[in-house]
Every structure is written in C-alpha cells, then in structure tokens.
Design a protein around this ligand. Structure first.
Ligand code: SF4
Length: 466
C-alpha cells in the first residue's frame, strides 16, 4: 500500500491520556488499582430498565462502525429473552479495520473498563455467559484480556468468561462473522434474518457490542447519566476514542489513539494538519476535503455539520493524507485491499469489487483505459447487493474520492497525476470516453492502452451475477 495506509495492523500504537476512559492509563492495568477509581459492577446492580433508560438518555451508540443505539439493542434482547432463552453477551474486540487501534489501546491500557461494562450488563440481565472476541493478528489484545479475566476470577467474580480468537481480516469483526466464529464455523459474514439481539449465538438473544461501547457502558453504570454527561456536548454527551494516522511526526505504520469529548473542535485534535484532506471513518469511510474539518466538531450526530457532508465517524478512524500523497492512489490501494477482503459469498462483492479495484487502480495509474463511466457503473452494480455492508462501504469510499477529488480524478483521466512525482505521466491518444460529467478529456503521450484487459477482467469475473 502507500505510506499512509496499510493492510496490516499498526506497527506501533501511541496512546494519549484522555479525559475519562483513558484518564488513568498506565495506572489501572491491574484490577486492584482499577478498583481504587472505578467501583465493582457487582455493587451497582443497575436494573435493566434503568440501564436502557440511561443508555438512551446519554445516547450511547455502537463504536464498532455501525453506530447502532445500545439502548435499542438492549431492549430488544430483554424482550426476546425468557426463562429458557437467557441472553448472551459478546465483547467484540476483533478490530478488523487496519487503521483502527482504539480497542487495542483499551485492552492494553484499561482492560477492566471494557470488562466492567459487559459484567455490569450481565448482572443487570441476570445472565452469566460472556464471550470476548479478540483478533488473532493482534495477539497482545488476547493476552491482556485473558490476564484481566484471570484477575477477576481470582477476585471472586463468578461470571463465565470465554475468550475466542478470530480473523484476521477486514470483515472478521462484522457482527454476524463474530457469531459464526463463536459457533465454531469460519468467521465470515452471513445473511441475518433477525438481529443478533433477538437470535444470535445458538439462537439466543445476543448482546454483541464493540469493546469501546462496553467501556462506555461501564462508565455510564459507574457514574450515572448526569455525571456521564458532564463531558461532551449538550446534544451529544460523553467522549469518543479516535485512531489517527498520517499526523505530522508520526512514523508510517504508527497510529495515535486519543479520547476526546464530543463537540471538540477537529482543529484541536489535528492541529495544523486539519488543513489536509482526511479519510474519516476508516477504509469504509468518506474523504473530507482539505480544511473542511477546520470548522467542525467531533460528532456522530447525523444532523450535524459532519453528517451534512456525509462524514460519519464509524469506528473513530481519521487518516490524514500526507503532503505528496495522491488521494487517487491512496483510494486505489485501499480499494484493492478491500476487494481482497471479500468473504467470497456474494457474487457482486466477490466478483465486482476486484473489477472496481482494477478500474480505480487504472485511474490512479493514469492508464489510457481508465474510465469514470465504468467506475460509476460498477458502483451501481455492487451497492446494496451484499449480505453485509462490505460492498457498500467500499463503494462509499470510491464515490467520495470522485466527488472530493474531482480535479485530481480529471487530471488522472487526462493522463497526469499532479501530486505524486512518480505518477506524472503522459500518453498517446485522445477522445477517451471518460464519461465524467462536464469534464474535458486531454490527450498526451506515453502509456500502453489497457482497455482490452479491463474487458477481459469483466468477462472473467462476471460482475453482477449472483
Ligand atoms: S458482501 Fe462480501 S464480505 Fe459481505 S458476506 Fe457477501 S461476500 Fe462476504
């Protein structure tokens, strides 16, 4: 990949002190010191109805990417549960997104914050079974959480914790993929006819949430809703973790994890680098043009300034485009990676994404055969046609590149990359049918045509076939 994005987990993670979840990093890795600051959830015993009310009042939403309201999920699990169908709790720390390191940071610095949230909810629901899903390609996460669970057992906690490894892979952390892995099958997404909260692991109501979500629930149970809302914005209480890469001074492959209250200015988070283009929300995210975030605040509210630009925080990832990096080349690299991560179950995803990736790659390479029309058609063929959101997320990324970096896309279609030195090319030929609305096509000198290769690729892979 390029210098700013990688297909692998970060080589190094820098964790900053934060205002709440990360307030005591370095001090509260161990249960004894953690308990000096945060009470034992066995003592809280918040009734389920109250927990639903509190979670709704402060608006805790899933931090794994989907942003689903925790209160709604909990209410559905309560409704679906009965004497026989005891709910199951799942802590999803799989973190398949290579640019994300927040769950890694939580597990390694404050693991009991995460486990407290799951334990408090288990006591509230009167269930005993908690699964913790950890990524095989980030073994330190499993080690840290296993050690933390052992401490809790030694301290007399009687919950049944089970740690399961999953992945590696981008879609390994998807909710249904996690249920599959816990069921002893390959950890790949499947079509779900009912939400996991109604019918998940072994058909039981399954409250599956991301590690950060559980840490936020733990904070809510310990603090209560008023104190929890003491940080953040009036309309959006609390804090969120962010995984930042591409920051000036950070080596390639390094991710900085920070915790900020909602409503914090992005310019405070990113400093002068806020003037750069930023990929917000991770590899399934959306490009923000350079400087666009300067006047915005960190938020997950769809009606806010970020939402109005189609920018969603997702798993809290922000990848800054370094000076000298071509956004088209970066998008092409990510698209190729995402295409390789298809679980291979749905035709439009398995067949379509590689062809889409090839087209975006051709564009990034200023190839003669590059065609905006084909990219646009492929986006239409893959969107909303997968069992999971992988094709939609990939299409969102490519769409935002075309929209935000229209000038660069036009330049590439004309055979020139204006940013990356090694991308400067010229070519022979004119009148290439780019199809980019309102755009003139330039002629140049140099590269070999690849239109036939594109045609062959499409024929072989059969885009759009079920
Ligand atoms: S859409 Fe893609 S990743 Fe998702 S289940 Fe289908 S083949 Fe797998």
């Amino acid at each position: 990949m390029t210098s700013v994005v990688s297909a692998h987990p970060p080589a190094e993670v820098v964790v900053d002190h934060g205002p709440r979840l990360l307030a005591s990093i370095g001090d509260t890795m161990k249960l004894a010191t953690h308990r000096e600051l945060w009470s034992d959830p066995r003592l809280s015993r918040v009734a389920t109805g109250q927990l639903i009310e509190w979670a709704r009042a402060v608006g805790i939403a899933g931090r794994g990417g989907a942003g689903f309201p925790f209160a709604t999920k909990l209410a559905a699990a309560v409704k679906a549960a009965g004497l026989v169908r005891r709910p199951v709790i799942v802590v999803n720390a799989a973190e398949g997104e290579p640019a994300s390191a927040k769950d890694f940071a939580l597990a390694l610095t404050v693991p009991h914050r995460v486990l407290d949230g799951a334990a408090a909810t288990a006591y509230s629901l009167r269930c005993n079974e908690i699964h913790v899903v950890v990524p095989r390609d980030r073994p330190l996460v499993g080690e840290a959480l296993r050690a933390a669970i052992a401490e809790r057992r030694d301290a007399g906690e009687r919950l049944s914790w089970k740690v399961t490894e999953t992945g590696p892979g981008f879609v390994a952390g998807q909710a249904r993929a996690v249920i599959e892995a816990l069921s002893g099958r390959p950890g790949l997404p499947t079509t779900a006819w009912q939400p996991e909260a109604v019918s998940g692991l072994r058909g039981r109501p399954t409250l599956l949430s991301n590690a950060e979500t559980w840490a936020q629930v733990g904070a809510l149970v310990t603090l209560g809703p008023e104190a929890y809302a003491g940080l953040g914005a009036d309309a959006e209480p609390g804090t969120t973790l962010l995984s930042l890469s591409g920051l000036p001074g950070l080596a390639p492959g390094t991710v900085r994890v920070v915790e900020v209250p909602y409503g914090t200015q992005w310019s405070e988070v990113l400093g002068d680098a806020v003037s750069r283009p930023v990929l917000v929300g991770g590899f399934h995210g959306t490009w923000a043009p350079g400087g666009a975030l300067a006047s915005m605040r960190v938020s997950r509210v769809a009606m806010g300034a970020m939402g109005a630009m189609g920018l969603t925080l997702g798993a809290g990832v922000a990848v800054l485009l370094p000076d000298g990096e071509c956004p088209v080349a970066v998008t092409a690299a990510i698209t190729a990676y995402l295409a390789s991560e298809s679980a291979g179950r749905c035709g439009p995803c398995f067949n379509g994404l590689p062809v889409l990736a090839a087209e975006v790659s051709a564009l990034a390479g200023c190839d003669v055969g590059a065609s905006y029309t084909r990219i646009r058609d492929l986006l239409g063929l893959v969107e909303r046609r997968g069992a999971c959101a992988h094709p939609d997320g990939t299409a969102r990324l490519v769409r935002s590149m075309v929209t935000v970096f229209e000038d660069e896309v036009v330049a590439h279609l004309g055979g020139v990359c204006r940013i990356a030195e090694d991308g400067l090319r010229a070519r022979i030929g004119e009148g290439m049918a780019t199809g980019l609305a309102g755009v003139g096509v330039r002629a140049g000198v140099g590269a070999e045509p690849r239109a036939e290769a594109c045609g062959e690729a499409r024929a072989e892979t059969g885009v759009g076939r079920p």
